[in-house]
Design a binder for this molecule. Structure first.
Ligand code: MV4
Length: 511
């Protein structure tokens, strides 16, 4: 096993990885930016290294500084978490070139899956079904038009360099194709520096179901079953479940087998997720994309399979074979995860940064919290506003929902606005309880809510409130200057008051 691992991330996922390190007797090294001097992940690590100013591009995305930090502390491996550099082949190569182990797949596998068209070609070669459409980037509008006619409307235009729905356009008829093509191209160019698009036939009211896989360096590839991720907002998952409420062992077997085929085709090593769209009526499913990282929603798989995905990642990265076979995997009960965000559901889910003045997280039977914050934490505007994940387990989906309601009622957060109330309403919603989830769930749910409370503000009021919140935040930011050395000593003082270990100078290194 490794002696020391540098965790190239922040927040709850850095803490999740620190916990795996502790259990394995590995020293955990955090990295932090100016905005994270006082953060929980830094406090929980054995050592912490400063890697740059608050802005992600200068800190958590700064490959040179992160590699320098790993060398300086003499780490022998780097875990990237999710987001930031987790799917950067360039980062994986830099880690390896520095003589360190990257806890994740090979750069080559990441590159194949990074391009959505090359991922689709890999699926075709492996014999995995894809959504009908192109496997090369469209060369012109004329080609897009001819292809749309061939597959038939409605179609989806997607960014070849994208993923997760960024730069995606649904086109329902030929009259709309040109403007959709142009705006999707412009969006893709702005977001990814690559305007290439491909086209898929649109699957109507699909479910998003993904399969967790693991591969090792000895050629073994296994799957840990599915997660249902159909409840999304603006292509961000909000609630995830294992198993899917469809709970069909035959479907799991078929989808699992296709996901394993996909993994084998790219000699996949480590944890990966193969996403599928499932047509609810026909139960046909199609490969969508593959994520070459540990995912946010991995806890629901851990709760139902009883396996520790992060420990398994560490093990595989040392070159050891998988600790289990496909036959060893079984699924017990039902898990549901809610992503707790510092955002305002009444204000179009606008981020709500600030200081957490009071925090009481739920606990008790079947409740798991993966939190990135402590009382008095500052939720920064610089990063993703997810503050914690609440995952519950029950023997049945109904029992899991009962625990979810109870846990949500226990949850107290003051000082910032969160989406907790939104989840309380979803957990009480009949359609959610019925399990008939598809990708239109949130839109229908919001319509039901609007109909139930006619006092809700209209779009203009919502937009005005969002602008006011942004202005107010920007003004406050300007008044309070960036983190100063004084703030750092305040951290130490607060830490001592809280009875934490005094900081040793070796824990605080600066590049
Ligand atoms: C689709 C689709 C329908 N047909 N592709 C892909 C990324 C994901 N975040 C949204 N994606 C979709 N791709 C085809 N060919 C519908 C969606 C989609 C969706 C998928 C899963 C969960 C929620 C969704 C909400 C809107 C659209």
């Amino acid at each position: 096993m490794f002696r020391k691992v540098l965790i190239a991330n922040r927040g709850e996922i850095a803490i999740r990885i620190i916990r795996a390190c502790r259990e394995l007797g590995v020293r955990a090294v955090a990295i932090y930016s100016d905005a994270d001097v006082e953060s929980l992940h830094v406090r929980m690590a054995d050592e912490a290294v400063w890697v740059g100013p608050a802005s992600s591009s200068q800190s958590y995305l700064n490959i040179d500084n992160i590699i320098a930090a790993a060398r300086e502390v003499k780490a022998d491996a780097v875990h990237p978490g999710y987001g930031f550099l987790a799917e950067s082949a360039e980062f994986a190569r830099a880690v390896t070139a520095a003589g360190l182990t990257f806890i994740g797949p090979t750069a080559a596998a990441m590159e194949i899956m990074g391009s959505k068209t090359s991922a689709r070609r890999a699926a075709v070669e492996a014999g995995v079904p894809i959504v009908p459409g192109t496997v090369e980037a469209l060369q012109s509008f004329a080609e897009a038009s001819a292809t749309a006619e061939k597959f038939g409307y409605p179609v989806m235009l997607k960014a070849a360099a994208g993923g997760g729905g960024k730069g995606m356009r649904l086109v329902t008829n030929r009259a709309d194709l040109r403007s959709a093509f142009e705006t999707a191209q412009a969006e893709a160019a702005a977001a990814f520096g690559d305007s290439s698009l491909y086209l898929e036939k649109a699957v109507e009211r699909p479910r998003h179901i993904e399969i967790q896989i693991f591969g090792d360096e000895h050629g073994n590839v296994v799957h840990l079953g599915e997660r249902e991720c159909s409840i999304q907002r603006r292509h961000q998952k909000v609630i995830e479940e294992c198993p899917s409420p469809i709970n069909d062992p035959e479907l799991r077997r078929r989808m699992g087998a296709e996901a394993v085929k996909m993994g084998r085709a790219v000699n996949y090593t480590g944890a990966g997720t193969v996403e599928f769209l499932l047509a609810d009526t026909t139960r046909e499913f199609y490969f969508l994309e593959m994520n070459t990282r540990l995912q946010v929603e991995h806890p629901v798989t851990e709760l139902v399979t009883g396996r520790d995905l992060v420990r398994e990642q560490f093990r595989i990265a040392t070159g050891a074979p998988l600790s289990f076979t496909q036959e060893d995997v079984d699924w017990q009960g039902h898990a549901i995860e809610c992503r707790i965000y510092a955002e305002d559901p009444a204000n179009n889910f606008f981020p709500s940064p600030g200081t957490i003045t009071h925090l009481r997280e739920p606990a008790g039977p079947g409740v798991r919290i993966d939190s990135g914050v402590a009382p008095h934490a500052e939720v920064s505007i610089h990063y993703d506003p997810m503050i914690a994940k609440l995952a519950v387990w029950g023997r049945t989906r109904d029992e899991a929902i009962e625990r979810l309601r109870r846990a949500l009622d226990e949850y107290e957060v003051s000082g910032i606005t969160t989406n907790l109330e939104f989840f309380r309403e979803v957990a009480a919603d009949e359609e959610f309880v019925s399990g008939h989830l598809d990708t239109g769930f949130i839109a229908r749910f919001n319509e039901r809510r609007a109909a139930a409370s006619p006092e809700e503000p209209g779009q203009v009021e919502t937009d005005l409130a969002a602008i006011a919140a942004a202005l107010s935040y920007a003004l406050r930011e300007r008044q309070s200057s960036a983190v100063t050395p004084a703030a750092r000593s305040r951290w130490k003082m607060l830490g001592r008051q809280a009875g934490l270990q005094p900081l040793t100078s070796s824990k605080w290194r600066k590049l």
